[in-house]
Ligand binder design. Structure first.
Ligand code: M6R
Length: 608
């Protein structure tokens, strides 16, 4: 939710800020702005809409001369997306500019206090209180003003601050919002994530909550919350530039769909040694795993749906109860969680506010936390007791694809690993299932290769106003994710339903205007779902079925069939979702939607 960048060096700052903002645009894209220091003045340029508008307004940065600056791309929380509400925000005396990602929870009382003291507000944002506080606390030392301001703020914030009195310096602060420093030679950077940095440097410093830093062209000094300098490790960024670019594809989403075999291989392969799963990044010992009474999985959106699919694998293999909870609900549910609970936290970004809060709540109650996260050094990765990274590489499209399937891959690895450690699986079955897991990337590649008809199916189904996704058991978990993909990028209403539940009311909605996507990849309930297909057909629905190529029976029941290769049921979700991602993509394309940046959404949901 919002992306921020900053630069201090010898080059013109504005083009570097604009390039960085383009990379961060997936985080929020309703308005944008930059502030560039030029001697003792600050040039601010802000626009409603995309970064392209900002490039146009600033003539690609040429209208904003200066070598130090900050930038912002916004996902509106407080105040509509307007030029005035766009960041950076300026102080009344014009000496300070601030960009902010996060939410200042106590902004109302701070705003009243500042108005009483005579400060004038231009915007409806929570952020504007920050720049007025800095002006109020500034007595010739920006560092002190930043410390005093931070102490007044409640909520989450990653800040970039510049001041005309210190024209080479950029101050940044991190509290519960991502912020990474880029270490260059004669120039330094900051950004909300590494994608904005990799074109310039591979050396990064990850700030912890409460830390802040002073960035100049020649130095980066990191301070603890009290203002004492601290030593920080410089980490190497391993993501390459190409993986954060479209590489010839029309959209990031399509590129990321196609990347899934590679991403899953990168996630699974390094963790298999001599035909054994080795999770030596964690301390999930046999003794510990045997001591737990239940597993709770928590996450939001697609990550939650990955948890729903993972539950089947873990319960089936480990014979331990698994509860899957929406993080936004779990955090306020007074959960029955103690030291005998393993909490698995799923998050692509590692920055989702509800997921972080649910994790902290469960930690407080004694649960051990295992994070499955894609972004290295993210808040969830750092807060969890144990972390298993998904090695998907940067995921730019707002709709997750490879982020979701690599989460499934790690859940499958965990399920098999834990089952073995807990003595719930004989060696032969373990060996066979491991073999299936290793071949998942191949099966996904075959699925991609055999589904060239999906663009044509999209032409048939794209005009509908609403559709149903039905399935049972693992197929139901996939129906949930398939419907979300369709909704978020094509804006077509899509409802996922447990196939057996239709007759308890919802079937009243089924008619010739409601196409039904029927998922039939779970052998144990396939016949049952096929009966449901017959029932919806009898009420006039067009049915598009997804099934294994061996299931030719379905051809006479459904109007259209998408075939996928046969995969062991507990791992089938990772293959079954592929055609649904493609269907959503091509339907959205038919409808002329902005596929990578759907309306009202943002990639990283750092607000509650
Ligand atoms: O970064 P996270 O995995 O924590 O994000 C969770 C959800 O916001 C995310 O999966 C969202 O539902 C996606 N846009 C779905 O494609």
């Amino acid at each position: 939710m919002c992306g921020i960048v900053g630069y201090s060096g010898a080059q013109d700052a504005a083009p570097i800020l604009l390039e960085g903002l383009k990379k961060l645009e997936y985080r929020g894209y309703d308005s944008a702005g930059i502030a560039v220091l030029n001697g003792n003045s600050i040039t601010v340029s802000k626009v409603t809409g995309r970064i392209a508008n900002l490039c146009e307004k600033t003539a690609d940065g040429k209208n904003c001369p200066g070598t130090v600056g900050i930038g912002h791309t916004r996902w509106a929380t407080h105040g509509a997306p307007t030029d005035t509400n766009a960041h950076p925000h300026l102080s009344n005396d014009g000496k300070f500019a601030v960009v902010h990602n996060g939410i200042v929870e106590n902004y109302m009382s701070l705003r009243e206090e500042l108005i009483e003291k005579g400060y004038r507000f231009e915007s409806q944002t929570d952020t504007e209180v920050i720049v007025h506080l800095i002006e109020m606390y500034y007595v010739g030392d920006l560092k002190k003003a930043v410390i005093k301001t931070s102490a007044r703020l409640q909520g989450s914030y990653a800040l970039g601050v510049v001041c005309t009195e210190e024209p080479q310096n950029v101050y940044v602060v991190r509290e519960s919002s991502p912020l990474i420093l880029g270490v260059g030679v004669g120039e330094n950077y900051f950004a909300s994530d590494v994608t904005a940095l990799v074109s310039y440097t591979r050396n990064a410093i990850y700030l912890e909550d409460g830390e802040f830093a002073k960035i100049t062209p020649d130095s980066i000094t990191v301070f603890d919350p009290a203002g004492q300098p601290i030593q920080k490790k410089i980490s190497r960024i391993t993501w390459d530039i190409q993986s954060a670019e479209k590489g010839g594809y029309e959209h990031f989403m399509l590129k990321e769909i196609v990347e899934q075999p590679r991403a899953i291989k990168a996630t699974i392969a390094p963790r298999i040694k001599d035909s054994e799963i080795v999770l030596d990044e964690t301390e999930l010992t046999a003794d510990y795993l045997r001591s737990i009474h239940k597993i709770v999985i928590t996450a939001c959106g697609s990550a939650y749906y990955a948890g729903c699919a993972g539950k089947y694998a873990i319960e089936h293999l480990c014979h331990i109860p698994v509860q899957v909870e929406l993080a936004s609900e779990l955090r306020y549910s007074n959960p029955l969680i103690d030291e005998h609970t393993l909490l698995i936290v799923l998050s692509q970004s590692g920055e989702t506010a509800d997921t972080i809060a649910a994790m902290k709540e469960c930690k407080k109650r004694g649960a051990k936390t295992l994070a499955i996260v894609n972004v290295v050094g993210s808040t969830i990765a750092k807060t969890a007791d144990e972390t298993l990274y998904t090695w998907a590489g940067p995921e730019i499209a707002v709709a997750t694809t490879k982020g979701y399937t690599t989460q499934l891959a790690v859940l499958y690895l965990f399920a098999l690993y834990a089952a073995k450690k807990m003595n719930r699986l004989d060696d032969e079955t373990y060996g066979k299932l491991l073999e299936t897991l290793i071949t998942l990337p191949k099966r996904i590649q075959e699925t991609l290769d055999m589904n060239s008809a999906i663009p044509n199916l999209a032409k048939k189904y794209h005009t509908t106003g609403s559709m149903f996704f039905i399935g049972r058991n693992t197929d139901y978990a996939i129906a949930l994710e398939g419907a979300l993909k369709m909704k978020e990028i094509s804006y077509i209403h899509a409802e996922s339903y447990a196939a057996g539940e239709l007759k308890h009311g919802t079937i009243a909605l089924i008619d010739e205007h409601q196409p039904v996507i029927a998922l039939c990849c779970n052998d144990s309930v396939m016949e049952k779902t096929m009966s449901n297909i017959v029932e919806v057909k009898a009420r006039g629905a067009e049915v598009l079925a997804v099934t294994f190529k061996e299931n030719q029976k379905i051809v006479s029941l459904a109007d259209d069939v998408i075939f996928i290769p046969k995969v062991e049921t507990i791992f089938s979700a990772a293959v079954e979702i592929i055609p649904l991602q493609l269907l959503a993509y091509y339907v959205a394309k038919e409808n002329g939607c902005d596929i990578d940046k759907p309306k009202n959404l943002a990639k990283s949901v750092t607000v509650e």
